[in-house]
Design a protein. Sequence first.
Length: 453
Amino acid sequence: MTRPLSRRTVLRGLGTAVALPWLEAMSPGTTGSAANAATASRSTRVAFLFVPNGVHAPEWLPSSSGPGIRDLPASLPSLLEPLDRVRSHVTLHAGLAHGNARALGDGPGDHARSSACFLTGTHPRKTAGSDIQNGISIDQVIANRHRGLRRFDSLELGCEPTLTAGGCDSGYSCAYSANIAWRSTRTPVAKETSPRALFERLFMAGPRHESEAARRRRLSRRRSILDVVRGDARRLSGVLGGRDRQKLDEYLDGARELERRIEQVERSEQDASDWGLDRLPAGTPGDYAEHLTLMGELMALAFRLDLTRTCTFMWANEGSNRTFPMVDVRQGHHHLSHHAGDREKVDAIRRINRWQNEQFASLVARFAEIEDEEGRSLLDGTLLLYGGAISDGNRHNHHDLPIVVAGRGGGARPGRLIEHGPRTPLCNLLKSMASAAGAPLQEFGDSTGSATL
C-alpha cells in the first residue's frame, strides 16, 4: 500500500461496524515520526477487578520482612499458588488499607463500605434511601481526562446484577454493594453483565441517533459478524500484505469463536439457582467460570482494539452469597466468610480463593498472549488491579488488603512483592495508576503520596 491505512478503519455491513486490530498497514513508515512519538506516549490501559467478601488472610501473603521491595519468593503461599504460572507478570502488594471503609461511627455495614470505597477512597453516607452519597471513582477520573477520544470513555462489567435501590447491608443502599464505578457523588455507573449485550456494544454498532425500536429491528435480523462484514473484509484483505492478512483472519476467527460461545450460553438451560442466585439477565451464563471468562475475553478485545482505556469488572457484588459447586462448595460465599474459625467453612473459603486466583491467572495469561498495536504483549501497556477492600472476611478488616497488579504499564516491574508501610492508603496506588493512565492527580481520596507500581 502507498498510503497508510487509517487507525480508525472499520469493516462495515448492514448496520454493523467492526473495529480492526493494529495492522502493519496502519504504520506510516519512515515518514511517521510524529505518529510514532504519539504512539510512544500513549497512556497505559487500566482495569480494576473486584472480588467480594475478603479472603482467608493468614494464607494470602508471604511472611513479611518489613517495608521494601523484593523478588517474589520461590514458593508462594497456598492461596496464591495458582499465580505461579504468571509470576513474571504480577506484583503482590502488601500493607495497603482503605481507612474510609471502616465504620467511623456508622456501625455495621463493612461489605457496603468495602465496594463503595474500593475505587473512590470515600466513606459513603449511610442510607438505604435515595440520598446516597459517595466519591467519584478513579476509573471515572481517568475517563473524564480522556473523554471523547475513544469509542467508550470507560467500560463497566460484572457478573451479578446492578442494583440502585433498596437496602443490602445494615442500613446501606444496594447501590453501594453492587457498584464500584461512580460517575458523580450520587451516580453509580451501571455495569454490563450480559456477554451478548457487551458483544453487541463492541461490534453491532448502528447509525448515530438510532431509535430503540430501530435497534431492536436491526438486532432481530442479526447474523454472524463474519457474514455481515465478509465483503468488506475480502476487499480489505486484497490490499494487505501477507502478515496483515493472517492477522485479520485470526482476529475475525477469534471474534466468531466468541460469538459461538455466547450462542452456546444462550442455548444453555442451567438454572441460576444452582449458583445461589435468584435471577440472572437473559443470555447470562449459568456456568460462572464461563461467565467470567467471556467477560474477560471481551474486556481484552476492547483494549486490543483501543475502544477504551479504562474498565471496571465486578466479579460479584459485595456480600454475594453465590455458591461454588465447581469446587464442591454448596453454601453461600458470604455465609462462609463468617466462619468464626470453623474448619469446614475455612476450608471452603480456601477453595473459593484458590479458584478465584486460578481464574485471574488465566486472564493474565490471555492478556500476555495478545499482541497490541506495537507488536508487544497487551500486558506491556496495561495494568490490571485485582482484589477487594476487605482483607479477612471473618474479621471485616480493611487493612492488609489482598491486592495483586498484573502488567508492565506505567513502567511497572512485575515479579516482585512490594511491602508498603503499615496501613498505607490504597489510594496511593490508585493515584499512581491514574498517572500511568494519563490522568495525574495531586491527591485522591485519603492518599498521602504515590505508590510504586
